[in-house]
Design a protein around this ligand. Structure first.
Ligand code: SD4
Length: 297
C-alpha cells in the first residue's frame, strides 16, 4: 500500500493548514508548494495568536516574526525578527530561491521582502494590543513556563509542517510570532535550521514547537533526523530529542516542547515533554488530530 502523500503539522490549527496543503499534495503537486500554502493559513488568520498576523507582540508591543522552509534537496531559507509582513514563510522561500544566503534578519529581511513585492501591513490586531496593554499595566513580566490555565501566556502554538509528495519529495516549514511578550530582539528556534525545522530528503524531517530556548540548546530537529537515520521510528526519534532536553536542561519540567517527525516512507510520529501537544495528519484516507505521547505523565 502506498502511503504517500502525507502531510503533518502541529496543533489544532494544523487541520485547516493541512487542508490547504492538500490542494497541492492531493493533486500530484510538489511538497514545497504544499507546506508553504499550508502554513500561510494560520499566518493569515488573526485568531491564531501565535503565528503571523494577529500574533502576540513582544514586550514593546511589536509583532516580530520568525519562519523558515527547507526542501528535499537540503536547500533552506529563513527570516528572523521580521516585522510588518503577513507571510514570513513566503519571504523565507524567496531567501532560499533567490539569494546565496540562508537567513535574513530584521531590517534587511524587511527590505528584501518589500523589494520583492511584499506589502507592509499592520500585524498587531486591536485584541492583541488590548491584551498587551493590560499585560504591561499588570507588570506580569515574561514567562515561557507552561501555564495550562492561561492559554494566552502559554505561547506554544508555532506551526511546523512536514509533507511528502507522491514523488517522495519531503519538505518542511515552520512559522511563528515567537514567545508572547519576549524581550525585543529575541529570536527563537523556529527560524533556525536544525532547531525549529530540519529536513534530510533521504531520511525524513522534523519540526519543533514549545519553548524555543530548550530546542536551540539541543539542536532538537537535527537530532530527531539523525535518530531516524540510525534506524529509529519518527516517534522514538522524537522521544530521544525530548530525553536529551530532560537530561541537559535543569528546569525542563516547567516547559513544553513537542517534536513532530515524518520519514521518507510516509511514517510519522511525535513526542513532547508535557501532555497536551497534538498534531494534525492528512493522507488520502485519513484526516485527524492525534495526541502526542509525553515524557511527563
Ligand atoms: C519560539 N518555539 O519562538 C517558538 C514558540 C512557540 O510553539 O510558540 N512554539 O520559541
Amino acid at each position: 500500500e502506498n502511503k504517500l502523500p502525507v502531510v503533518v503539522s502541529t496543533w489544532n490549527h494544523g487541520l485547516p493548514a493541512n487542508e490547504a496543503a492538500w490542494e497541492t499534495l492531493g493533486n500530484g503537486g510538489y511538497s514545497l508548494d504544499s507546506v508553504e500554502a499550508g502554513v500561510r493559513v494560520p499566518e493569515g488568520d488573526p485568531l491564531v495568536i501565535t503565528v503571523g498576523y494577529g500574533g502576540i507582540p513582544d514586550a514593546k508591543g511589536k509583532v516580530t516574526l520568525d519562519a523558515c522552509i527547507m526542501d528535499e534537496k537540503g536547500r533552506a531559507g529563513s527570516v528572523t525578527y521580521l516585522q510588518h509582513i503577513k507571510h514570513p514563510v513566503s519571504v523565507a522561500r524567496l531567501v532560499m530561491e533567490k539569494t546565496p544566503h540562508v537567513m535574513l534578519s530584521g531590517k534587511g529581511a524587511l527590505e528584501f521582502a518589500l523589494e520583492n513585492g511584499f506589502e507592509k501591513e499592520k500585524l498587531l490586531t486591536p485584541g492583541r494590543k488590548k491584551e498587551w496593554k493590560k499585560w504591561k499595566k499588570e507588570k506580569r513580566g515574561f514567562s515561557s513556563k507552561i501555564n495550562i490555565e492561561n492559554q494566552l501566556e502559554e505561547n506554544h502554538d508555532t506551526i511546523g509542517m512536514l509533507a511528502i509528495d507522491d514523488k517522495g519529495r519531503l519538505s518542511g516549514a515552520c512559522t511563528t510570532s515567537g514567545m508572547g511578550y519576549k524581550l525585543p530582539g529575541r529570536v527563537g528556534d523556529s527560524p533556525i535550521i536544525g532547531a525549529g525545522l530540519f529536513v534530510d530528503g533521504e531520511i525524513g524531517g522534523a519540526v519543533a514547537t514549545g519553548t524555543g530556548e530548550l530546542v536551540m540548546k539541543t539542536l532538537g530537529t537535527f537530532l530527531v533526523v539523525e535518530m531516524m537515520r540510525s534506524g529509529k521510528s519518527p516517534a522514538r526519534a522524537c522521544e530521544e530529542a525530548v530525553k536529551r532536553i530532560a537530561r541537559k536542561i535543569p528546569d525542563y519540567q516547567n516547559h513544553q516542547v513537542g517534536f513532530l517527525a515524518l520519514n521518507v516512507k510516509g511514517e510519522y510520529g511525535a513526542y513532547c515533554i508535557q501532555p497536551g501537544f497534538n498534531y494534525a495528519v492528512k493522507t488520502a484516507s485519513f484526516s485527524d488530530l492525534v495526541d502526542a505521547e509525553a515524557w511527563l505523565k
